[in-house]
Design a protein around this ligand. Structure first.
Ligand code: KDG
Length: 344
C-alpha cells in the first residue's frame, strides 16, 4: 500500500478545516460586531398600497436579509411622519433615519435640485435612469451631504400628467384660469403660470382635501400616483402631457449615517440599489395598467398633440431661462450634454 507521507493528507485536510473555521468565525465576527440591532423609521408620502409603499417594503425585506435581521426598516406611509419638507428636516436633525421624497421638494435645501423639474428634459425612462444613476445624478446627491442628508438612490415617480375637475385640457388655452396645485418649487410655479394657469404650491399631504373641497381645480402627477391616491374620485379629466419626468430620492440622515459601521452602510446601500431596480420595474408595470384603471374609474382621458406640447415647451422657456440665470447655467448645460450622450 502506498505510504502517504504524514504531512500530505493531514496537512491538506487540516488546511481545509482551518479555512472553513476561519471563514465562519470571520463571518460570525462581522455579523455580531458590525450589525447592531436598529429600528429605521422610513417615512414616505404616498399610500402603503402604492409604488412608493411597495418599494419601501422591498427595501426593508432586503435589508433584513442582508443584516441577519438586525437592521429593521419600518415604513410610515401617507406622510404620517410629516410631508416631504418636514421629513427632510427631521433627517437633518437626526429625529428620523430615512425617507423617500420628490427631488422637487429639496429646492429649499439645495435649489440645484430644481433642474430635474425643467419641462420636457427626458423623453424616456431609460434616459432618466442613465443620467440619474450616472455621474451627474451622483454629483447632485453628494452635494446634499453638507446639508445633513445622504442620498442613496433615485426611484421613479414618473412622467407627470394633468388632471382637473373643470373641463378637458386639449390645448394651452384650456389651462387659462385653472387653479392648479403644484409642488412647492419655483420652476413649477413659473412654468404653470406661464401656461396661463393659477399655480398654487401645496404639500402633497394636503392635495386630496384641496381637490375635494375645490380649493384647487387640478394638479399634475404620474398616473400611478393619480390612481394610488384615488384622485379619480375628485378629478374628472386627465390630460396626458408627460411634461416633466419626476424622480424620487431615497435619503438617510447624515447624523445617523455617520454612526453606522461600514458593514451596516454597505448593507443599506445594497438594499437601496436592489429597491431602486425593483421600484422602477414595478412603477413601469403598474403605470402601463393605471391608465386603463383610471378610465374604468370614470376619468375622461385626452392626449395633447405634439404641436400643443411644442407650444407648452416654448411657453415654458422663460422658466428654464430664469432657473439657468439663478447660478445654474453650467449645470443646465452639463445635464443637456449628458442627455445628448445617452440619446446617441
Ligand atoms: O411624499 C410625496 C412626494 O413623493 C410627492 O412629492 C409626490 O410628485 C409628488 C407631488 O406631486 O407632490
Amino acid at each position: 500500500m502506498k505510504k502517504i507521507p504524514l504531512w500530505g493528507r493531514p496537512a491538506r485536510w487540516v488546511q481545509l478545516t482551518l479555512v472553513a473555521a476561519l471563514a465562519s468565525s470571520c463571518l460570525s465576527t462581522v455579523s455580531a460586531a458590525d450589525f447592531q440591532p436598529r429600528i429605521i423609521r422610513f417615512g414616505y408620502g404616498l399610500a402603503e398600497d402604492s409604488n412608493q409603499g411597495r418599494a419601501v417594503k422591498y427595501f426593508a425585506q432586503e435589508l433584513n436579509k442582508l443584516s441577519n435581521g438586525k437592521l429593521r426598516a419600518k415604513g410610515f406611509a401617507s406622510a404620517s411622519l410629516g410631508n416631504d419638507n418636514q421629513m427632510q428636516n427631521a433627517l437633518i436633525g437626526g429625529a428620523q433615519e430615512m425617507t423617500v421624497v420628490s427631488t422637487a421638494t429639496l429646492v429649499g435645501i439645495d435649489d440645484a435640485f430644481g433642474i430635474y423639474d425643467l419641462p420636457f428634459l427626458f423623453r424616456t425612462e431609460q434616459e432618466a435612469d442613465a443620467v440619474l444613476d450616472g455621474n451627474f445624478g451622483k454629483k447632485l446627491m453628494t452635494q446634499l451631504e453638507s446639508k445633513g442628508l445622504v442620498g442613496l438612490v433615485y426611484w421613479e415617480n414618473g412622467f407627470r400628467n394633468l388632471t382637473n375637475s373643470k373641463h378637458p385640457i386639449n390645448k394651452l388655452e384650456d389651462l387659462q384660469g385653472i387653479k392648479l396645485r403644484v409642488m412647492q418649487n419655483p420652476v413649477y410655479i413659473d412654468m404653470f403660470n406661464s401656461f396661463g394657469a393659477n399655480a398654487i404650491p401645496l404639500a402633497f399631504s394636503e392635495l386630496f382635501t384641496a381637490l375635494e373641497s375645490r380649493t384647487v381645480d387640478g394638479q399634475e402627477n404620474p398616473v400611478n400616483t393619480i390612481q394610488s391616491s384615488k384622485f379619480y374620485e375628485v378629478q374628472k379629466y386627465l390630460s396626458i402631457t408627460k411634461h416633466v419626468y419626476s424622480p424620487w430620492i431615497v435619503l438617510a440622515s447624515k447624523k445617523w449615517w455617520d454612526g453606522l459601521s461600514a458593514a451596516e452602510k454597505n448593507a443599506i446601500q445594497q438594499a437601496a440599489v436592489a429597491s431602486r431596480d425593483f421600484e422602477r420595474a414595478d412603477s413601469r408595470d403598474a403605470g402601463n395598467k393605471a391608465l386603463a384603471t383610471l378610465k374604468l374609474k370614470g376619468m375622461e382621458v385626452t392626449t395633447l398633440s405634439n404641436k400643443e406640447l411644442d407650444r407648452m415647451q416654448e411657453r415654458a422657456r422663460p422658466a428654464v431661462v430664469k432657473f439657468s440665470a439663478n447660478g445654474h447655467a453650467d449645470l443646465v448645460k452639463e445635464l443637456q450634454a449628458e442627455i445628448t450622450k445617452v440619446r446617441k
